[in-house]
Write a protein that binds this ligand. Structure first.
Ligand SMILES: NC(=O)c1ccc[n+]([C@@H]2O[C@H](COP(=O)([O-])OP(=O)(O)OC[C@H]3O[C@@H](n4cnc5c(N)ncnc54)[C@H](O)[C@@H]3O)[C@@H](O)[C@H]2O)c1
Ligand SMILES: [Zn+2]
Length: 346
């Protein structure tokens, strides 16, 4: 087990990578606590939960990441007589942690909370960084807060029960972390792809640890996403539009988005073609998609319509080389022209 501290402005958070859910009691430390989880985790891991702790169950999928679910959790917390010192432990993937972190942040103006992170995506991304929240009227993560969990347990052994597609899609965020900040992690992903896909504990622990370290450093420098934190959005501008249009898994959308962002970087003369191509090569090794079924121009229109965006330009995350990303403000007109050129090339 390896522990990383995320020293955010608000408070510190401790991420324990390779710790087991069986040791959760150690972190609860005899405090009054309540577990929040989903039905899949209950079915698979209920016996590993500490005994005699009330459990709040929420439904599966993005459709449950709403204020209605928050309402339900509030009612349950009142029912179980949670007070300001009660610890809420969210056990599950990114949906459970996003909802749980938000619920804990607003109940009685904030109670302590921790996560047991059970998907690869949530271990490397969702549970680190303090963004918690819910969707609103079809728009993702529109309502939420920045608030750090007290602890995060990344139990890598729980990944063995994860659906194959969910598991593979988590690697997109690991490859992203390497691509934007750490060429050695990127090369490791390439060299040990099969070992990692076979769930070798050392390979997985290494990848999760290195990815969390990258995200933690970025979050420490810029918790509220005013600059550096934007780098984590590499591939995400296109991915969000794609996810919305097709409903594909986040990691798959990020995979396609990264390939596009690398190609745009190359068109702008920022990265050489060989390096840009490496992104596609590694994603292929994990069986991740590298090309959208939606034509790029339609994707571009959807991106432009995103209600969260304003103005005539966007901050796009581009690659200078593997391990080094930069942000560029680029007008929609300019981007449209590049995307049209790319379509002609493909
Ligand atoms: N807060 C952030 O910074 C941040 C970052 C990235 C993503 N997210 C959010 O995370 C969410 C996606 O997270 P996710 O991919 O973990 O989805 P998820 O929570 O829906 O989990 C995926 C599925 O796997 C099941 N599952 C979870 N752990 C399992 C296990 N060990 N074994 C078997 N099944 C298991 C779940 O029940 C669910 O059906 C999105 O809502 C996204 O917006 C948040
Ligand atoms: Zn992501």
């Amino acid at each position: 087990m390896k522990t990383l501290e995320v020293k955010a402005e608000s408070k510190s958070s401790y991420i324990h990578i390779g710790e087991g859910i069986q040791n959760l009691s150690k972190y609860i430390n005899d405090r009054k606590s309540i577990i929040l989880t989903d039905s899949n985790i209950i079915r698979l891991y209920k016996n590993d939960f500490p005994k005699n702790i009330p459990v709040i169950e929420i439904g599966l999928g993005e459709k449950n990441k709403t204020l209605n679910t928050i309402n339900y959790i509030m009612a349950q917390l009142v029912k179980y007589e949670a007070d300001r010192t009660t610890l809420l432990v969210a056990i599950g993937g990114g949906i459970v942690s996003d909802v749980g972190g938000f619920a804990a942040s607003v109940y009685m103006r904030g109670i302590p909370f921790g996560f047991v992170s059970t998907t690869l995506l949530s271990q490397v991304d969702a549970s680190v960084g303090g963004k918690n929240g819910v969707n609103h009227e079809g728009y993702k993560n529109m309502i939420g807060v920045f608030n750090q969990p007290e602890f995060v347990i990344c139990d890598t052994s729980m990944l063995s029960t994860l659906d194959e597609e969910e598991f593979r899609s988590g690697f997109a965020e690991i490859i992203k972390a390497g691509a934007i900040k750490d060429v050695s992690l990127f090369n490791y992903c390439s060299e040990y792809s099969q070992t990692a896909l076979d769930l070798n504990p050392d390979a997985i622990t290494h990848m999760v640890y290195e990815s969390v370290k990258i995200k933690a450093n970025i979050v420490e420098a810029d918790e509220r996403e005013k600059g550096e934190r934007r780098l984590l959005n590499f591939g995400h501008t296109f991915a969000h539009a794609l996810e919305k249009m097709t409903g594909i898994l986040h990691g798959k959308a990020v995979s396609i988005g990264m390939v596009l962002a690398a190609k745009v970087s190359n068109k702008l003369g920022i990265i050489d073609a060989e390096d840009a191509e490496l992104i596609t090569t590694v994603l292929n090794q994990y069986g991740l998609p590298v090309k959208s079924e939606i034509p790029e121009d339609q994707l571009f229109s959807a991106m432009k319509q995103d209600k969260k965006r304003t103005g005539d330009s966007i901050h796009l995350v581009l690659l200078e080389k593997i391990g080094h990303a930069v942000t560029r403000e680029i007008t929609y007109n300019e981007l449209q022209k590049i995307i049209n050129d790319l379509r002609c090339d493909i």
